[in-house]
Ligand binder design. Structure first.
Ligand code: PLP
Length: 403
């Protein structure tokens, strides 16, 4: 029997750790969106301009997606009733995969509940003991978790640095005993900085070393490539060079769900092996139907992607001309670099007061002196909306002596 003095509440750490985070102001202070994610929206009862959603093309509130969701509820119900391999494989799921493969110009596609489920479920199955995974040091957390679940060894190269990747590949080649499989994984677009992985060079180096290439294109879809087809299309790469193209329906597609595209062999393997796919319930019919509608919109309404880029160019140029440090982004993600965490937080809260919703990104999400406001452009914003935001940035930028 333990003495009474040691019989403390075994959950005490929950409060202690939370309070520690709160003291350091590292806890998430959640804002509440009261209504759809539209350019002007209601957040914490205040009308503000949305400048930080992943809803790049405004599809989450598109009439065709909403209509498809409602119709699917009426025809198929609210839930799917099971996991896909047992009794939850609906015609809508199958159709979505066919449509996605066609959109991606791939032999086959497979959907997962989320992008996180795709990465954490598939990555550990692609390699075994005696294999090796190569990662960019800034890869997304869902990739990191997928890699941690894998039994293979790991090697990391400096962010988008091809010399360093070459060094890693050469070391792997010299390793004894020789590795069997080599799997390279990279984000397509890096979500904190908005830079693009040099996937053409990565694919070339990997081909020379017999490595598989896995790209997570969560922030590239609906943004890069022909009609928003993503990074593989952007670099005009073929599927014998990029073997696994992973993505999500939760960002530019405006809904939710992960997916992979590639060969039929890849898809057959993935759905028989990925535990997240096998053991977790399938999408409600409304989700699958809305995702199909999103693909329809991308195929038939090219103006959204065009408008996204037009807005992106206008905003980046205006902010740069004003003297803001906007980092090295090549995409609609535009960080406004301020350095100190406290400045980033102040900038964000003042912007909110002025009617612009953009979140600060601070340590430990980025390095200590790399705090920033991360803005994400949206195709549904008008020129007047952008000018409104730029005016607010100018006013507060001067107030806080950032410009
Ligand atoms: C958002 C994101 C994911 C997760 O996608 P979900 O479908 O939202 O789970 C995975 N990888 C990257 C790079 C992302 O940005």
């Amino acid at each position: 029997m333990k003495l009474a003095i040691f019989m403390r509440d075994p959950t005490l750490f929950l409060r202690n750790e939370y309070e520690d985070l709160a003291r350091k102001e590292l806890d998430w202070k959640l804002r509440v969106l009261q209504g759809p994610s539209t350019p002007w929206c209601i957040v914490d009862r205040k009308k503000v301009l949305m400048f930080c959603s992943n809803n790049y093309l405004g599809l989450s509130n598109h009439p065709k997606l909403k209509e498809a969701s409602i119709k699917a509820v009426q025809s198929h119900g609210a839930g799917s009733g099971s996991v896909r391999p047992i009794a939850g494989n609906m015609d809508l799921h199958v159709e979505l995969e066919k449509r996605l493969a066609r959109f991606k110009h791939a032999e086959a596609s497979l959907t997962f509940q989320t992008g996180f489920a795709a990465n954490s479920g598939l990555i550990p199955q692609l390699v075994e003991e005696g294999d090796v995974i190569i990662s960019d040091e800034l890869n997304h957390g869902s990739i990191i978790d997928g890699v941690r679940l894998a039994r293979a060894e790991r090697a990391v190269y400096k962010h988008t640095n091809m010399h360093d990747l070459e060094r890693v590949l050469n070391e792997i080649e010299r390793h004894s005993p020789a590795y069997r499989r080599i799997l390279l994984i990279t984000d397509g677009v890096f979500s904190m900085d908005g830079d693009i992985a040099p996937l053409d060079e990565i694919a070339k180096l990997c081909a020379e070393h017999g490595a598989m290439v896995y790209v997570d294109d969560a922030h590239g879809e609906g943004v890069l490539g022909e009609g928003g087809r993503g990074i593989v299309s952007h670099f005009k790469l073929t599927r014998d060079k990029v073997h696994i193209e992973m993505g999500t329906f939760s960002k530019a597609f405006g809904v939710v769900g992960g997916h992979i595209s590639g060969s039929q062999d890849l898809v057959n393997f993935a759905y028989n092996k990925s535990r997240t796919w096998l053991l977790s319930g399938s999408h409600p019919p409304a989700v699958a139907a809305a995702c199909i509608a999103a693909i329809d919109v991308l195929e038939n309404e090219p103006e959204h992607v065009e408008k996204l880029w037009e807005n992106t160019k206008y905003f980046k140029k205006s902010m740069k001309d004003l003297g803001f440090d906007i980092g090295n982004s090549e995409t609609p993600i535009t960080p406004i670099m301020v350095g100190e965490s406290t400045v980033a937080k102040k900038l964000s809260s003042r912007l909110f007061e002025e009617g612009v919703f953009a979140l600060p990104i601070v340590y430990p999400m980025v390095a200590l002196n790399k705090a920033r406001i991360r803005t994400i452009m949206n195709a549904a914003l008008t020129r007047e909306d952008l000018d409104f935001a730029i005016e607010a940035f100018t006013k507060i930028g001067k107030e806080l002596k950032i410009i």
